[in-house]
Design a protein around this ligand. Structure first.
Ligand code: ADP
Ligand code: MG
Length: 267
């Protein structure tokens, strides 16, 4: 049975897609059969996996609307070693079209059930903001991975996100857990980053992944070559950190320490 994780943070530009794509590639390198679902109409995870979003005849949009199933729309990432359920801007229309559907928040969950035995891990890259698309991601998942930058406003956003996850846990998906918080784009030279990082550890304890993803230009360059950083430059600091993160995630799953949803805090 596949473990399904949603990579979420309601803020944009915080490293969701970079984390999704590189974690998918790292899990593939570690021998896990991995599916990456691009749930963002921007299609960045699709492009970053080496698939041209402009040429899609079938995408996650068609899956959500019920026009095809996952197997028909999924395609291999040419260099990534994982499979992608791709997206492009057509997906933005799904939001409106789904309003008329019954059980519109479980469309993705129901579609993924059909490929559950074909993958070890399914990752869902979410758009920023809590839309019906993101809700579909949360309803399909067993756990949430939250990438965040260690800056002041990140903490504020975090309590909003944790509250949202609590509501989804209560109303839609009782299986949902916060798997962990991943510190990304980390620059140890910045004092505030260190302070925020320490606060995170203090408040969220072992919900904070030990692995820290550094700010690394190779991770930022890789998408323009249609490759995850892990494939583009495996020796780079960023790539090595994502492989380490994948290993930590797998260890955590084996231990399955995950308590439910942590306190939102008073920040
Ligand atoms: P999101 O999906 O949350 O909007 P992205 O993953 O697209 O965020 O990241 C936003 C920008 O930051 C992108 O240009 C990406 O290449 C860059 N970026 C992400 N992580 C890193 C990192 N660890 N080091 C350097 N640049 C990064
Ligand atoms: Mg993104």
């Amino acid at each position: 049975m596949a473990r399904i994780f949603v990579v979420a943070n309601q803020k944009g530009g915080v490293g969701k897609t970079t984390t999704s794509v590189n974690l998918a590639a790292a899990l593939a390198r570690l021998g896990r059969r991995t599916l990456l679902v691009d749930l963002d109409p921007q299609g960045n995870a699709t492009m970053g996996s080496g698939i041209d979003k402009r040429g899609l005849s079938r995408s996650v949009y068609h899956v959500l609307i019920g026009l095809c199933d996952v197997v028909e729309a999924a395609q291999p990432s040419p260099d990534g070693g994982y499979t992608v359920l791709p997206a492009n801007r057509e997906l933005a229309g799904a939001e409106l079209e789904l309003v008329d559907f019954e059980e519109r928040e479980t469309r993705l969950k129901d579609a993924l059930a059909a490929v559950d035995d074909q993958y070890d891990v399914i990752l869902v890259d979410c758009p920023p903001a809590l839309s019906l698309l993101t809700l579909n991601g949360f309803c399909a998942a067993h756990g949430v991975i939250i990438p965040m930058q260690c800056e002041y406003y990140a903490l504020e956003g975090l309590s909003d996100l944790v509250n949202t996850i609590r509501k989804i846990h209560a109303n839609f998906n009782t299986e949902l857990k916060v798997i962990g918080l991943l510190r990304v784009m980390f620059d140890p030279r910045i004092t505030l980053s260190q302070q925020v990082s320490a606060q995170l550890e203090q408040h969220f304890g072992d919900k904070v992944f030990k692995t820290v993803i550094p700010r690394n230009v190779r991770l930022a360059e890789a998408p323009s070559y249609g490759q995850p950083g892990v494939v583009f430059d495996p020796a780079s600091k960023g790539a090595r950190a994502y492989v380490e993160f994948a290993e930590e995630l797998l260890r955590r799953l084996d231990g399955d320490a995950g308590a439910a949803v942590p306190d939102a805090g008073q920040d």
